[in-house]
Design a protein around this ligand. Structure first.
Ligand code: MSP
Length: 669
């Protein structure tokens, strides 16, 4: 506790002359640079949830490293050569170059729509890439690690690789990934001496546990390396396939697409002499899914070793997004378009859901109900509502100006210590790619902050005239909220920028957890995360998982319309915006909450039948719409001076939110 007092002290002192990092004890990681890459995606199909997940996770890692002061570089791109792409163009009767240009462009233009901040987008058909591939091939040939030989084997066009009998033991003759029939192909080709590097690689993976994670994939690769590896066929005869990079030492062949594709990670950095290569390659992190583990964990390190290039620093491997247990993929016909999901649920909610829901390394089923539930519970009720409540109280109790901390108590310090704990834990979560665990921890501190507000009850302190405590509680809570704004910014950049803007702060450049300067003008925040309902099936979308579940849901009966009324009848109803100041359960009933609301011209008591759907904590600080001129009536002995508006949908009740920060008493018409 003692150590943490200094976190708190900087709350009350002028911080302008202390660097934010010093003031708040943010740990510095040792490495000054960070290079993160996605796989380069095939251009035979458009982007879907799977490729979006990897790319969003890389973006999140990149942004977190930015916040921690790293110099970062983020690469993605498209993989455009090879038999699979060529056959796809033939099947569609299209010119292959036109097809790859077009689909590559769909990836390039999708990423900004998902707020992806890649520095570069590499295409393997670009000159800068082709030259580096040829250079590395020549170097490897010259050192004797490439040789010519004849080989026959079972081949999968979709994987663009041969499978040995051992690989397909469980289901002979069938590709274990694509479940398609393998073709027997025999031809003269060039081979890379993969086997020569097997022992070196095994020792590396054994002695550097951090190189390949999560652990289950490290073990999988080590077990693969216990059996002798076969050398890798790295060419295709040009007479069979011309769509590839010509081997520099034999124009009758093109380069095997995987050898070509892996080189993108260094060609984009302008290997060998580029500044970017020197700066970023020593701290390269590759992120992939488990489908391309062997290529990244075995082929690529050995290719680099043979070419005399240092190995990348980390390989991080995630599982599959599935639909009904099957991998989501275009070829299995169950792909979800990320643009549809973003249109339905909002970009930041989508990004948060992907990062929070999937345990990195394991498979996760994509499920719209889970997305809606997480939004409603964690984002709307816990975080968004906390922001609305606290900024509304600052408006009401402190004249809309950031109050100061005076005489902090143990409870105040304890909350800020939890916040600091999150920042302290962040580097390890980044190293281990356990962002999903980190987000869970952040949400636990959000929940703790809600409990803190409820237990400190600034509305009661205000009634008792204890302005000093009201100020302190609201200032501490605001520091926590702005901390969440920074800690969640990499995941939800737009929403967290809006949160921070309510406190007069810009987008965070560094993680500081610094308190908001007392005296700052605070804007009452509108609902940051509206409650969501499951989207109805859109006309042309292909979203089998979400939609199937939506369809299963029985449609609630729609109440018939009431008899028509004249405008004058409606005009008699006085609808007003109100802010909930207090809320508590009415004893001996499950249904009723007693609310004290500020209706602009007075404070009122309203008894509302919403206790089965909202906790008192969720209501405090919330803006609602009330019928102000309804004759009072008694419910369970309590007088209700008005009625709040809510919609009923199926078994749910949603309190209407004016969804804009109107002043209490504003008329609704
Ligand atoms: N072109 C190769 C990669 C070459 S990298 C030098 C390739 N392309 S791909 O288009 O098939 O992309 C595979 C990658 O897309 C996976 O490793 C993963 O990053 C992402 N995903 C595709 N489908 C996925 C899921 N269903 N779930 C999670 N990620 C998935 O392989």
């Amino acid at each position: 506790m003692k150590d943490n007092c200094c976190i708190f002290l900087c709350f009350t002192v002028e911080t302008s002359d202390i660097s934010a990092r010093e003031a708040t004890q943010i740990p510095l990681m040792n490495e000054p640079t960070y290079y993160i890459t996605t796989p380069i995606y095939y251009v035979n199909a458009e982007p879907h949830i799977g490729s979006s997940y990897t790319t969003i996770m890389c973006d999140i890692l990149r942004r977190y490293h930015d916040l921690l002061g790293f110099k970062t570089y983020f690469l993605t791109g498209t993989d455009e050569h090879g038999e699979k792409i060529f056959r796809e163009a033939q099947a569609k009767g299209r010119d292959v170059r036109q097809m790859v240009d077009e689909i590559s462009q769909t990836f390039r233009s999708l990423w900004p729509q998902l707020n992806i901040t890649n520095n570069d987008f590499i295409r393997t058909t670009e000159k800068r890439h082709i030259e580096v591939v040829q250079q590395i091939l020549q170097k490897t040939m010259d050192s004797g690690d490439i040789y010519e030989a004849e080989y026959g084997g079972n081949y999968c066009v979709a994987c663009e690789r041969y499978y040995s009998d051992r690989d397909v033991e469980a289901n002979p003759g069938v590709c274990p990934i694509h479940e398609s029939k393998l073709e027997f192909i025999k031809e003269k080709n060039y081979f890379f001496r993969l086997r020569k590097y097997q022992d070196w690689l095994r020792e590396k993976i054994e002695s550097e546990p951090g190189f390949l994670q999560p652990e289950q994939y490290r073990r999988e690769v080590l077990s693969l390396l216990r059996e002798p590896l076969e050398d890798l066929c790295i060419s295709r005869p040009a007479e069979r396939l011309h769509w590839g990079i010509p081997l520099p030492f034999d124009k009758n062949y093109v380069t095997y697409v995987w050898y070509d594709a892996l080189v993108n990670y260094v060609s984009a950095l302008e290997y060998p002499d580029g500044e970017k290569f020197k700066t970023f390659w020593p701290n390269a992190t590759h992120m992939i899914a488990k489908d391309i583990l062997r290529q990244h964990a075995v082929y690529w390190p050995c290719m680099l070793k043979a070419a005399g290039i240092d190995c990348f620093k980390r390989l991080r491997v995630h599982g599959y997004w599935t639909a009904g247990g099957k991998k989501i993929s275009k070829s299995l016909g169950n792909a979800l378009d990320p643009r549809d999901e973003v249109a339905r649920y909002g970009l930041d909610v989508f990004r948060y859901f992907l990062a929070r829901e999937m345990s990195f390394g394991a498979d996760g089923d994509y499920n719209a109900q889970a997305l809606v539930a997480r939004n409603n519970a964690e984002l709307a009720n816990d975080l968004g509502n906390l922001l609305s409540r606290v900024t509304a109280m600052i408006e009401k109790y402190c004249g809309g100006v950031m109050p100061d901390v005076q005489n902090p108590t143990e409870e105040d310090t304890a909350l800020l210590t939890q916040l600091q704990g999150l920042a302290d834990a962040l580097p390890d979560h980044l190293e281990n790619t356990t962002v999903h665990v980190f987000l869970e921890k952040v949400m636990q501190v959000v929940a703790a902050t809600n409990r803190y507000v409820t237990s400190q009850a600034p509305w009661t302190l205000m009634k008792a005239g204890n302005i000093e405590r009201v100020s302190t509680v609201l200032a501490v809570t605001s520091q926590a909220l702005c901390g969440f704004g920074q800690l969640l910014y990499p995941v939800m950049p737009e929403k967290m920028a809006a949160l921070l803007a309510a406190y007069g702060q810009g987008k965070p450049e560094r993680l500081t957890l610094a308190p908001v300067t007392p005296g700052t003008k605070i804007e009452p925040a509108k609902a940051l995360f509206p409650q969501l309902e499951l989207a109805e099936k859109p006309e042309a979308a292909s979203a089998p998982v979400a939609d199937a579940k939506v369809e299963e849901k029985p449609k609630p009966p729609v109440a018939p319309q009431k008899p028509e009324i004249e405008f004058d009848d409606f005009a008699k109803v006085d609808l007003r915006v109100a802010t909930v100041l207090e809320a508590e359960r009415v004893p001996k009933t499950d249904k009723l909450l007693r609310l004290t609301v500020d209706i602009g011209f007075e404070t009122r008591q309203i008894v509302a039948g919403i206790a089965e759907h909202y906790t008192p904590e969720q209501m405090i600080g919330r803006q609602i719409v009330v019928v102000a001129n309804l004759a009072p009536r008694k419910l369970r002995g309590l007088t209700s001076q008005g009625m709040l508006l809510a919609s009923r949908s199926g078994g749910n009740v949603f309190v209407l939110d004016p969804n804009a920060q109107s002043l209490p008493g504003s008329e609704v018409s």
